[in-house]
Design a binder for this molecule. Structure first.
Ligand code: NDP
Length: 495
């Protein structure tokens, strides 16, 4: 944060394509954030008290309100991020799918259920239920400003929590619009609020006494968030960056693999957490695959117009990172098949395809977050899996193979939170599937039943139904009680 940012009371979101002001928003300071969290507390109690059915009804009404504003939302996403309108609509549609699933499945996943007791506790009735945490702070990124926060906010609300949402400084308008649409269908209390501002506003949210932080953003910021949450022991779910690999086996449909790899790498200008950044193609298909990738990339149009496949790099600072990765790869012996250093012409970067890049180049070890795809040749699938797993990230991955059983085996061996077979990114679009990473890609899960439980606390209850003659948890216990207990254990577990 610069000194001028620190003193500002309002800030502007800008079009990354033209620099034009899209909107102005307040810079919420520590006091404003604390006030929002304090307002959220009673609102959360009220929301939890509405019960499953009424919450479901309100959340589905919110979903409809968002759909009624889909064009407005898509236009705002386009203006604030620079991505093409259709891509903006696509992420909004996916966000809506998640709101729908979370609303319709919260009761089924989280409601109280009986569990079996053991022989020693046969006189107890046992149940578990998932109760709301209270107030959840959601910190979101700018690259998918609808889809990504919906994957946290929708599930946190469906689980019965109030939410205070800090959108990225690049996409505050999108965050504010989502919250306005929610207030239309839940006008009574501030169950979902937005606090806009810079990183300091997010830091204030971490310190404001919320019951959990759902953070989506870079690994570096996640570490700061964890440190900020340490003092108050505020739990965190961290959805961070990735360096996703795609494996092309010898029996793959090469045309389909090339098309998916190019889309996965270049959509949104490569600014996707689960974007394809590395490809390992086995030697039998490497040349053919590389040729098709190159041809498809040469046909991509980059710019601000309606005909563009992708737009500008949203965050100005990322341009240097992308340029640095290209330069490092070429300096270490990598070869540019499409584009090269000259492809970087801020705020745009034309598609870059590199090959023969050493595994210790930054283009292979760090998240590039730009339209740069590395295609490396490998001997066989085992080498591909080993190299894919060599990353410190572990978010998504993909496998292309014509052999169903073999592709499932490869998918299971990939040390990532999710893998798609014969497509890319599909796991993020299936609302029932948990989404999240390992290692530097973070921990915890959003989406699906696990995503609902992430925003709940498991509450266990036992109720004694009748007294049994075996008196173990009492100072009136007799030596006979212990003898019987030991005999029982030896009989049940000692053979
Ligand atoms: P950043 O880490 O820069 O920012 C993420 C959010 O954290 C922003 O709202 C930011 O606010 C806020 N923030 C910044 N500093 C702090 C702080 N000290 N305390 C609390 N919050 C803070 O990420 P980007 O917005 O650049 O997003 C891109 C990254 O997100 C990529 O690494 C991408 O892979 C990852 N990502 C991960 C996804 C996943 O599901 N795993 C999905 C989408 C993206 P401000 O913007 O105002 O600085």
């Amino acid at each position: 944060m610069t000194i001028s940012e620190e003193r500002a009371t309002v800030f502007a979101s800008l079009s990354p394509a033209t620099g034009a002001v899209v909107g102005e928003h307040p810079v919420c300071d520590e006091e404003a954030v604390r006030a929002a969290v304090e307002r959220a507390r009673p609102a959360g109690v009220w929301w939890a008290g509405l019960g499953w059915r009424e919450r479901e009804r309100r959340l589905l009404a919110w979903k409809s309100a968002v759909v009624r504003r889909l064009e407005e939302l898509g236009e705002l996403v386009r203006a604030e991020t620079g991505k093409p309108f259709d891509e903006a609509m696509l992420e909004s549609i996916l966000g809506v799918e998640h709101l729908n699933w979370a609303a319709r499945n919260a009761r089924r996943v989280l409601r109280a259920r009986r569990v079996r007791t053991g022989l020693a506790t046969v006189n107890q009735a046992a149940s578990v239920e998932y109760q709301p945490l209270g107030v959840v702070g959601v910190i979101g990124p700018w690259n998918y400003p609808v889809f990504t926060p919906c994957g946290s906010i929708g599930y946190a609300l469906a689980a019965g929590n109030a939410v205070v949402f800090k959108p990225s400084e690049y996409t505050p308008g999108v965050g504010a619009l989502l919250v306005r649409a929610f207030a239309e269908v839940v006008p009574e209390h501030p169950v979902l609020q937005v606090v806009t501002g810079f990183g300091a506003t997010g830091a204030a949210l971490c310190r404001a006494g919320v019951d959990k932080i759902a953070f989506t953003g870079s690994t570096a910021t996640a570490k700061r968030v964890l440190a900020q949450c340490a003092d108050t022991l505020t739990p965190v779910v961290a959805e961070c960056g990735g360096k996703d690999a795609l494996i092309v086996a010898a029996d793959a449909d090469v045309r389909a693999a090339a098309s998916a790899a190019v889309w996965g790498a270049m959509v949104n200008g490569g600014q996707s957490c689960v974007g394809v950044e590395r490809v390992y193609a086995v030697r039998e298909v490497y040349q053919e695959f590389l040729g098709q990738v190159a041809e498809l990339c040469r046909g991509l149009r980059v710019g601000d117009g309606a005909e563009a496949h992708y737009g500008p790099i949203t965050m100005p600072g990322q341009i240097d990172v992308i340029a640095g990765h290209i330069e490092d790869a070429l300096r270490r012996g990598g070869r540019a098949v499409v584009g090269g250093a000259e492809s970087v012409r801020a705020p745009y970067v034309d598609p870059v395809v590199l090959t023969g890049v050493p595994e210790d180049s930054t283009a292979m070890t760090e998240e590039t977050f730009g339209p740069v795809l590395v295609v490396n040749e490998v001997r066989d699938v085992d080498e591909a899996v080993r190299r894919a797993n060599g990353s410190r990230y572990g978010l998504g991955s993909a496998v292309f193979s014509g052999d169903r059983a073999a592709s499932m085996r490869i998918a299971r061996r990939l040390r990532t939170g999710a893998t798609s077979v014969n497509s890319v990114v599909s796991f993020a679009a299936v609302p029932a599937l948990p989404f999240g990473g390992t290692a530097d890609s973070g921990f915890g899960r959003v989406h699906g039943a696990d995503g609902l439980r992430e925003f709940s606390r498991a509450k266990s209850i036992t109720r004694q139904r009748f007294a049994i003659p075996l008196n173990l948890t009492s100072f009136q216990r007799t030596p006979r009680d212990m003898r019987v207990a030991l005999r029982m254990v030896r009989f049940l577990h000692g053979r």
